[in-house]
Design a protein around this ligand. Structure first.
Ligand SMILES: [Ca+2]
Length: 321
C-alpha cells in the first residue's frame, strides 16, 4: 500500500492482448457476462488452463469471513495515501456466495482515536500467517462500483514487505480512468516499475462480474508477470533485478483485498467531480479546480449500499504441479 498509486498513471500505455499462445482464455464460469445484475456466483472451480492445480484461496460461499484465511482490518491503513476511511470488520460481509466490501458515509472513531467520516473494509492473509508461492496464478472474480472516491483493489505483498515487492493485480481508479482497470508492479522502491491497463466495461453500465489474474512464472532472465482480464492477457513484464531468493519460494506473497475511500489518487467521494483536491489537479483533464472534465465520472449514492459495494465471488491461487 505504501507504493500503491504513487506514480504517473497518466503516462501509461495500454498493452493489448499479446497473443503469446501460452495462455488460453478462462472458460466462462457462469452464464453471466458484462453488465450482469444478479448476485449469482460461482461454486465450481474451473482451472484457467490445463496444468494448473488449485492450492488456495476462498470461494466466499459461507456466512462469515473465514478467520483462518483472512483478518479484516480495524484501523486507518492507507493513511500514507491520505485515505479517508476507518476500515472496520463490519464493512466486510460474506453471504449469498460472495464477499462484499461496502464503503459507507458514517462518522466513527477508529482504534487509535482518529475520527473518520467514512468507513470501508480490508482483508489480508498475512495477518493470519498465510503466504503463497512465488510462482503461481492469483485470480479474483469481482464486480466494482463506478464512483469517484472509491478505490477497489486486489493485490499481493511480498512477505518481507510491500516496499520490497507489491503486485497490484487489479485496481480501479474510477475518477481518473472510468471503466478501465490497472495492473502495476512495484519492486525494491522502484515505484510503478511496470503498469498496464485495460477497459472492462462502460462506467455508465450496471457493474458486471469480471476476472482479473496475474501469473508469476520463472523466466530465463528473471521472473515473469502476466496480467489477465476475463482470460485475455493485457500486460506482461519480466523482472531481471530483484533478489527473489530473499523469501521462501513456497511462501512469498500474501493477498490483500480492500476498497479505499478517498485519498490522493481517486478524489473525495463527496468532493467536486473530476477534481483531485489533494493534488490540486483534474483527475482526467481540464483546468483545476473548477473547470475539470467530468465525462464518465459518477457520484456515489450513499443511500444505496450496492452503489458502494465491491463484491468478490472468489479468490483462487493455482500452481503448476
Ligand atoms: Ca463464491
Amino acid at each position: 500500500m505504501a507504493y500503491r498509486g504513487t506514480g504517473k498513471i497518466a503516462a501509461l500505455v495500454v498493452v493489448g492482448a499479446m497473443g503469446l499462445g501460452a495462455c488460453q482464455p478462462v472458460p466462462p464460469t457462469t452464464s453471466l457476462g458484462i453488465g450482469a445484475t444478479t448476485t449469482a456466483t460461482t461454486t465450481t472451480v474451473v482451472p484457467p488452463t490445463s496444468g494448473w492445480a488449485l492450492v488456495g484461496g476462498d470461494e466466499f460461499n459461507g456466512n462469515a469471513v473465514n478467520s483462518t484465511n483472512w483478518k479484516p482490518y480495524h484501523n486507518t491503513y492507507g493513511d500514507g495515501n491520505h485515505e479517508l476511511a476507518c476500515l472496520t470488520p463490519n464493512n466486510v460481509v460474506e453471504s449469498g456466495g460472495a464477499l462484499s466490501i461496502t464503503a459507507k458515509k458514517e462518522q466513527v472513531t477508529c482504534p487509535g482515536g482518529s475520527v473518520r467520516q467514512y468507513t470501508s473494509g480490508f482483508i489480508g492473509s498475512r495477518d493470519v500467517g498465510k503466504y503463497f508461492p512465488r510462482y503461481a496464478r492469483f485470480e479474483i472474480r469481482a464486480k466494482v462500483p463506478h464512483a469517484q472516491g472509491l478505490w477497489p483493489a486486489f493485490w499481493l505483498r511480498h512477505r518481507n514487505g510491500a516496499s520490497v515487492a507489491e503486485v497490484d493485480v487489479f485496481e480501479y481508479f474510477h475518477s481518473q480512468h472510468p471503466g478501465k482497470g490497472y495492473a502495476t508492479l512495484h519492486l525494491d522502491g522502484r515505484k510503478n516499475l511496470s503498469k498496464g491497463s485495460v477497459g472492462f466495461e462502460s462506467p455508465s453500465s450496471v457493474s458486471g462480474w469480471h476476472t482479473w489474474a496475474v501469473e508469476i512464472s520463472p523466466d530465463p532472465s528473471g521472473v515473469r508477470f502476466d496480467f489477465f482480464m476475463d482470460g485475455t492477457k493485457f500486460h506482461s513484464y519480466v523482472d531481471t533485478q530483484h533478489n527473489w531468493a530473499s523469501a521462501d519460494p513456497s511462501a512469498t506473497w500474501d493477498i490483500a483485498i480492500n476498497q479505499a475511500v478517498g485519498g490522493d489518487w481517486v478524489g473525495g467521494p463527496d468532493d467536486r467531480l473530476g477534481y483531485l483536491a489533494n493534488l490540486n489537479r483534474c483527475s482526467i483533464s481540464g483546468a483545476a479546480p473548477t473547470g475539470c472534465t467530468t465525462t464518465g465520472i459518477n457520484r456515489v449514492d450513499w443511500a444505496d449500499h450496492a452503489d458502494a459495494t465491491y463484491a468478490i465471488d472468489y479468490v483462487r491461487v493455482f500452481v503448476r504441479p
